[in-house]
Design a protein around this ligand. Structure first.
Ligand code: HEM
Length: 177
């Protein structure tokens, strides 16, 4: 997982709970990498999972909710750091459809070692977008938060239904309508 995900996760904790909690969870998790992440580095995915689980424990939240909140936070990070991926004429659906066939492809060019999910998209009827998330990293809750914030960003009021297609969370269907 790219270091930017770790540094932004710590930034979110610092803003919401203060830097001491960042120290506490690093102390507790003792990541193999040592816990000092740089935005351009690449680290084992299991480290972010362990840090999220530890943070959830300290704040009394469940892990799903932490991932969803972090997804919303990351949306703003992406909007501020990668503004070229945002087309002012796009709708929320245009943007969401562009993740798999454009944005994540460009991200993979920038960071050849990035581990990105795949999304299959279809519009079974007007006003409904079905996105199927596929990733062995099982971070569909992060995707949920990113999609939720996308809808807010484009000021579109829509509901999101999330369903496991495969037990365990490596294939998850989002119906946005
Ligand atoms: C400008 C917009 C976006 C940019 C620049 C971007 C970029 C990235 C980057 C850099 C990573 C980390 C890859 C790694 O650590 O190796 C990532 C992961 C991820 N992205 Fe995107 N992304 C964007 C939008 C979205 C949106 C809107 C969604 C949700 C629909 C999404 C879903 C995910 C998920 C779930 C992951 C975690 C890895 C996984 O589940 O396999 N991304 N993205």
């Amino acid at each position: 997982m790219k270091g930017i995900v770790f540094t932004k996760f710590f930034e979110m904790i610092e803003e919401e709970k203060g830097y001491d909690l960042v120290d506490t969870i690093i102390e507790e998790v003792k990541p193999d990498s040592g816990g000092s992440y740089t935005a351009v580095g690449t680290y084992d995915h299991s480290e972010i999972v362990a840090l999220i689980v530890s943070y959830a424990k300290h704040t009394g939240q469940n892990v799903s909710d932490v991932l969803k909140d972090f997804g919303k936070y990351l949306f703003d990070v992406f909007y501020n750091n990668y503004s070229s991926f945002f087309n002012p004429n796009h709708t929320a659906f245009d943007f969401l459809k562009s993740i798999d066939n454009y944005i994540h492809i460009e991200v993979a060019k920038l960071y050849p070692d990035a581990q990105l999910p795949r999304f299959k998209t279809e519009e079974p009827q007007k006003g409904t977008l079905v996105m199927t998330y596929v990733s062995t990293r099982k971070m569909a809750d992060l995707a949920y938060g990113l999609i939720e914030k996308t809808l807010q960003h484009f000021q579109e009021e829509k509901s999101i239904i999330m369903e496991n297609v495969e037990a365990g969370g490596s294939v998850v269907k989002f119906t946005i309508s």
